[in-house]
Design a binder for this molecule. Sequence first.
Ligand code: MIG
Length: 693
Amino acid sequence: MIYKYIYGESIETGAVVEATRECKQEVSVMQFVRTEEGIRLSCCMEPDDVVYGLGEQVRGMNKRGFTYISDATDDPIHTECKHSLYGGHNFLILNRAQTEKVVENRPSFGLFVDTPGRVVFDVGETKYDQLTITTDGDCVVYVILGDSLKEIAKQFRQLIGPSYIAPKWAFGYQQSRWGYACEQDIREVADNYQRCGIPLDAIYLDIDYMENYKDFTVDSGRFPDFQRLVHDMKEQGIHLVPIIDAGVKIEKGYSVYEEGVQGNYFCKEEDGKDFVGAVWPGKVHFPDVLNSKAREWFGSKYEWLMEQGIDGFWNDMNEPAIFYSENHLKTVLEEILSMKDENMDLHAFFHMRDQVVGLSNHPKDYQSFYHDMDGRKVRHDKVHNLYGCYMTRAAAEAFDKIAPDRRILLFSRSSYIGMHRYGGIWTGDNSAWWGHLLLSIQQMPALNLCGILYTGSDIGGFGCDTTEDLMMRWMEFAIFTPLMRNHAAAGTRLQELYQFEDIESFRNIVRIRYGLLPYLYSEYMKAAFQGEMYFRPLSFDYPQDSHAFQVEDQLMVGESIMIAPVYTQNARGRYVYLPEEMLMVRMKSLEEKSCRIMEKGHHYLEIALNEVVFFVRKNHMLPLAILNDSVKSTADVETSQYEWIGYADEVAEYVFYQDDGISKDYPPSREWKKVMLTKERLEENINDGAGKL
Ligand code: MIG
C-alpha cells in the first residue's frame, strides 16, 4: 500500500510516474510537524530496527547512527564524516525488528520524501532511537507498507517507473583514465589489452578529448580523424565513451554558446543576465535543463557525436559543480587584496584561506541564479538536487528521437530519484583505499533500492595511487557490478590491468566476468522489468534470520548467488556467513574451478589473492558461458554454449533472458526462457566442468 501526503505546494520533481491518490489522514508511521521552512517527520526506533536506503552516501548498509543530507555536492573526498555526496536519494526503508511487542503497531515501512531541495536525515545520530527527517521546503511524502522488504522495494519502483536498460556491451569490462589525451593514447590502451588477451568493451574519453573543454567539440589536433578512430575501435570491439560536462564555455563564435545565448537556454541571474560560473574551460553558462525547451536543445547537441559513431556518454560535473562564480570571486579577491599589507595572525590567515577554499560550490552561488521551469521562475538552490537528473534526462530524451530503436549507454554523476529511467550513475571520485572497496560494496544495494541499477564505482580507486593487490580484490568484486569500469584521476599511477605484474590473473578475472555475463545480464534485465533489486543485503532474502540483518559486507546478486568479497589488505581470506546451505564456487579462471556444498552458519574461508569465490543458493543455478581463448569483447561471447553451475535437492529452475543486446525489443514482446535441470544433470556439469545445454 502506498500512502501519499501533500505538504504545501512543492515543485514537481518528476520522480513519480504512477498516479497515487492523496491520503487525507495523518501519517500513521511518523510524527509530523510543520517548520518554518518545511516539515519535520520523526519516529522512534528500537535498538534492532534497521534503516536501509538513501542511495549514494558514505557508511554502511544499515544507515543508523549518522546524519545524511541530500544536497548534491562535488566532493572528491568520500570520508566517513561527509554528509552529502553527488545525489539526492530521499528514499529509505525502516525495518522494524520483530520483537515481543505487537508487530502491527509498528510496521516496517518505506518512505520517500519528494522535494527538489535539501533534506536532512538524522538516522539516530543525535539520539540513537530517533529518526528525524527535515526538509527545507514543501514536499510530497510517500509511505509504503508491504509484507516484506522486497515487497516495499518493489512497490517503490512501481511508483517511480521502469529502469533504464543499458546496451549489452556496457556489461563488458571498460577502461578509463583522466589523461588519455590523443588518438595514440586510445589506440595504445586498446592494443595493450588485446596483446594481453584481456577482453575490453569500452575506452572512455575524459575532458582531454575536447577542444579547450568545450562540450560537443573534439580537439582536431590531438584527434585528427575522430570518426575514423571511433570506427577502428569498433572494429576491435571497443566503444568510445566521451564525457559531457554541465558548463558551456563562454566563447564568441562557439556555436553551442551562441545558440544558448540566443535561445535563452542558460540559467539566469535575478536581473535576467546569464549567470556566469567557472569550471574547466574557465567561465561558463549552465544550460537550464529544468526548462523543457532548453532541455530539448541541450539534448540535441549530443547528436553530433553520435554521427561520429559514438553510442555512449557520461555526464559529469552536474551537481552542478562550480569552481567559482564571477561575482563571488570578485568579492573574495578584493578582500584578499585589502589584506595585502596586513600582519595576518592565525584568525586572519585562516579566514583568508577559507575564503579561497570556499569559492567552490558556494551556497551563495546556488542562491544567485534561476531556472525558468516552463514559466515559473525558481531559484536554483530550491531545486538543486534535480540538475544532474534533468541534464541526463535531456540526453535520454534526445536519444529516443535520434536513435529510437537503439540503446545508448548513459550515466551521470549527479542524480535524483527517478533518474534511473534515463540512465545509470557511477559513484564519483572515490579513492584507492581499501575502505572504499567496502564502501562500494555497501553503496550498491542502497542505490538499487533507489531504483538505480546500472551502476558501479571507479575500480581500483579514482584518487591516490592504487596497488596491485587492491586492484585485484576490487576486480573480484566489480565483476558483479553492471558498470565495470577502471577509472583513475590524472596524476595517479597508471592502473590499466596490463600495468601490473600478474597480468595473467587479471586476465582470468576479467574472463570470469565474461563467462558470468549470461547470468549477470539476465539478472539485470529481470530486476529492470520486474522492479526488483539486483544487489540486495542478505536480510532481504532471509528476513527471518536476525543475523542476516547484521551482515554488512556480503550481497545477494540476482536470484541465484551470494558474494562475500575480500576487502582488507593482506587478508588471505575472510569470515563468511551462510544464511542457509549453499554451494561454494571457487575460480582461479573459467577453467580452474571447484565446487563444494557448505552448511549454514559462520565459516572462515581462505581466499587467495587471485581467486574469485561466490555461493549458489540451494535449488538455484546459473549459466556460465563457455568462452574460447580469443574472446575480445562481449560481441565474441557465444550465446549458445553454457555450462550450468547449481545445486538442487531434486530439480533447479532458472529463468534465462537473452536478446540482441542493442535493440529496444524488450519483454513482454520477448520470451523468457525457463531452464530446468535435475540434480544428476547439475552434478554432471559440476564434475566434468564441461556440460553443455
Ligand atoms: O573535477 O573530468 O568525477 O571521473 O575524471 C574533476 C575529470 C572532474 C570528475 C569526475 C571524474 C573525472 C574528472 N571530473
